[in-house]
Design a protein around this ligand. Sequence first.
Ligand code: TYD
Ligand code: MG
Length: 511
Amino acid sequence: MAKTRTEFLCRECGANHPKWQGKCPDCGAWDALERFTVEVEPKSGGNAPIWGAPVDSGEAEDLARMGIGKAVALGSVPEATVPRIPTGISEFDRVLGGGLVPGSVLLLGGDPGIGKSTLLMQAAASIAASGGVSLYASSEESPQQVRLRAERLSNVTAAGGLSALGERLLVLGETNVARISEQARRVRPTLVLIDSIQLVHRADISAAPGSLAQLRRCCLDLVALAKSTGCCVIMVGHVTKEGALAGPKLLEHLVDVVLGFEGDRHSAVRVVRGVKNRFGSTQEIGLFEMQGDGLAEVESVRTLLSGGPVAPGCAFVATMAGTRCLLGEIHALVATGFLGSAKRRASGLDSSRLAMLIAVLEKHGGLRLADQDVFAQSLGGLKIAEPAADLAAALAIAGAFLNRTLPDGTVAIGEVGLTGELRTVPHLEQRVHESLRRGARLVLVPASARIGGFGGEDRPMAEGRGDIVKVGTIARAIDFLAPSQRSVGGSSVPLAEPKPQGQGAPVRRGG
Ligand code: TYD
Ligand code: MG
């Protein structure tokens, strides 16, 4: 029997320590060391070289040309093109940076029930439909359950059902990583899916599946499988209560791409985000909507400005997610609270910016909000953290307080400064363009904005049916709010206040 040695591995940073300690000396994490048994390789000869065997001169030359083993000019290293295998799901490909890279390993994390298995089955079916071979190794569900799900998916139906995919979409009910690898080497798939890494195990490690020791070794085995056969491996990873990927950070270091699948369990919108990507940007997001027949790709959370009268407390904003522009909807509610303990709650928005906006509205917009509870949220599960949404959020709050609405089809873009002035934001042209494309009739932009390429100053954009209006301060922007025709608490409250003139903001009272 092979000799073994006990080591302690840090769950947080992956450092190895010979004995247990309460605190990891490397990363400082408490109670993070886990026992790990390693086999000790029998010593071969006394003077064996530590790092690999000596290479012959021809091989050494080849390696040196690649920049391995001998320093060479970076410019002289031959260029490598990264081939891509498109998954056929364009939102997924966008996050991946154009498709899957052969021989790469991906980790997809997300809350239970968010749709990880659904997304991967769709990718598997899509690759099978385009001539590749997918192997779905399911350790969480039985092959029958996997089949039941796959039959419902829209792209399986579009491909002519499971029978049309035949031998190209394979399922394997197995938790032993050695047998998964063995099957993968036999069928030579383009894509191997492991659902999930927490449940696969190696028979020669006594630790339970999902433990640090098992995760590390199984992950290494799968990385070796990907690198040696050139197939692409996607592993599903569980997340902890806090939303971090369960298991060691180590797992994230071992793989090429880490993706997070997020979304509100109560809304159908799902977002796939790149956390780490060796082959592309992590700025991009993929948008999906969970439907009866699987995940559908969404071009934008809000594809159209909603028709009909808008309610007080609603405002639209054009927000950037990576290189794309999305239309977000912000809702606010202002209700009487207690002076000194007024509540301020933000969901999908930055709560510290919300507090700042309330203060600016109070000081420069003339709104008395000190004793008002303010709730603000971004609709549709879209998280908006950028300052460009300040103006829309401020107008939503002001509208809710004054019981006034923005004109139908208004998009507000701009950062609100502490002096109450509106400041321009990055990618303004793209935002304005997108707003008009989506049917905006009025786009409020900061006065300092420079919208070039559209005929210069203040002229409406050529293609737009909407107007672009430059606004200098938050007080001026509030003037765009018109008395609401909506009834509040049963009685209609038309609010006709004189328009503020001169300097300083007049005190405005809630409607
Ligand atoms: P699933 O992919 O199993 O989630 P995960 O693997 O992340 O745990 O599916 C999640 C949920 O999606 C499940 O509660 C049912 C729902 N769902 C649909 O609404 N429509 C569908 O077509 C499918 C397959 C699932
Ligand atoms: Mg699942």
